[in-house]
Design a protein around this ligand. Structure first.
Ligand SMILES: Nc1nc2c(ncn2[C@@H]2O[C@H](COP(=O)(O)OP(=O)(O)OP(=O)(O)O)[C@@H](O)[C@H]2O)c(=O)[nH]1
Ligand SMILES: [Mg+2]
Length: 336
């Protein structure tokens, strides 16, 4: 049986299984099995695997990737933001490659990547979907662009991104492990675990061939987070949802859409400045940390801020605090 086939079989089994207390363990193990099999599918080893020409060199201070169905206006938006000339047209799959543009904003150079549209099933390779999604794995921000007449597709798009290991607006699970050669598995917690029990943790570790080691849970992690931790190939990326072509609808129509979005018209240049100002120009403490050092976000305890964004000099803030130009901050790390 091929890898893809095995994965499909397990996914079907999971879909068939009713979710309740009695099946929790079984489902958890299935998730771990699937994640393990998908390792190669999600992040293939570089050697010998064709990347399909979407390999783009990161440049600038941050990379924003446009993800959306065909014809939602991704290329029109790139052109509106950067003055690039990515081809736009009223038919689907106009863009066939990754088209980069650069936007300068507030002294920062932001790389914007216009990509071919994705369709449902992209993560399985439909319409070069895998290559497109792979580019999003390396982004600092995923801009999900929706057509004003198809807002309902948002969850399906998030699922496509999730299927390739991208976790939007989530933090890496607060779980640590040091492997050992013998002595079995030791589980330590700094909080009470309510969503995972020892049996499930050991069962999942077993799927990954881990029989010895010392684990520390610093949050009440879910089975999904435990799987993400074990898979060790997840990307934690910020996202924004932008609704395009609002020139074609009324305010009343927009009010009925029940999730957060930035309304724009790429073609009519409506709200483009607002999009830039509100979304691209707002680095958080988290952004600053991850730029300084890979482990800083994980070890982050709190920060002290001086400058325009601080309510008072030396204000104590968390990761999501939005910084302003010229701010100065100190990061305080967790112990041990
Ligand atoms: N009314 C209206 N039409 C728009 C707007 N933005 C883009 N369009 C139109 O939508 C169509 C598709 O635009 P593109 O920018 O090519 O869309 P895309 O998402 O890049 O499409 P693919 O490359 O095929 O994935 C074109 O005919 C655009 O003129 C907008 O704000 N309002
Ligand atoms: Mg396009």
């Amino acid at each position: 049986m091929g890898l893809e086939e095995k994965i499909r079989e397990l996914e079907e089994e999971m879909a068939r299984t009713q979710k309740n207390k009695a099946t929790e363990y079984h489902i958890g193990i299935l998730k771990a099995k699937i994640a393990k099999l998908k390792r190669e599918v999600i992040a293939p080893k570089k050697s010998g695997v064709r990347t399909g020409g979407f390999d783009v060199k990161k440049s600038g201070d941050a990379t924003v990737v446009f993800i959306g169905l065909p014809s939602v206006g991704k290329s029109t938006l790139l052109n509106a933001l950067t003055g690039a000339k990515s081809k736009t047209a009223s038919y689907a799959f106009t863009t066939l490659a990754c088209i980069p543009g650069v936007m300068e904003y507030g002294g920062a150079k932001i790389q914007l990547l216009d990509l071919p549209g994705i369709i449902v099933g992209a993560r399985e390779g439909k319409g070069r979907g895998k290559e497109v999604l792979a580019v999003a794995r390396n982004a600092d921000l995923v801009l999900i662009l929706l057509d004003v007449f198809q807002p309902g597709i948002l969850n399906a798009i998030k699922e496509e991104l999730g299927g390739i290991g991208i976790r939007l607006d989530e933090k890496p699970p607060n779980i640590y492990m040091s492997k050992k050669l013998r002595g079995g598995v030791e589980i330590n917690t700094t909080v009470k675990l309510t969503k995972l029990d020892e049996k499930m943790i050991l069962g999942m570790l077993n799927e990954y061939g881990i029989h010895n080691g010392s684990l520390v849970f610093r949050e009440d992690a879910t089975p999904d987070q435990m799987v993400d931790f074990l898979a060790a190939n997840r990307r934690y990326v910020r996202s924004i949802v932008v609704l395009n072509k609002v020139d074609m609808v009324s305010e009343e129509y927009l009010k009925k859409i029940n999730f957060d979005f930035v309304p724009i018209s790429a073609e009519k240049s409506l709200n483009i400045e607002k999009l830039k100002k509100e979304r691209f120009d707002r680095p958080t403490i988290e952004d600053a940390c991850s730029r300084l050092h890979r482990d800083l976000v994980r070890d982050f305890k709190y920060a002290l801020v001086w400058g325009k964004s601080a309510k008072f000099p030396g204000q104590k803030v968390g990761l999501s605090h939005i910084l302003e130009e010229g701010d100065i901050f100190t990061i305080v790390k967790k112990q041990g």
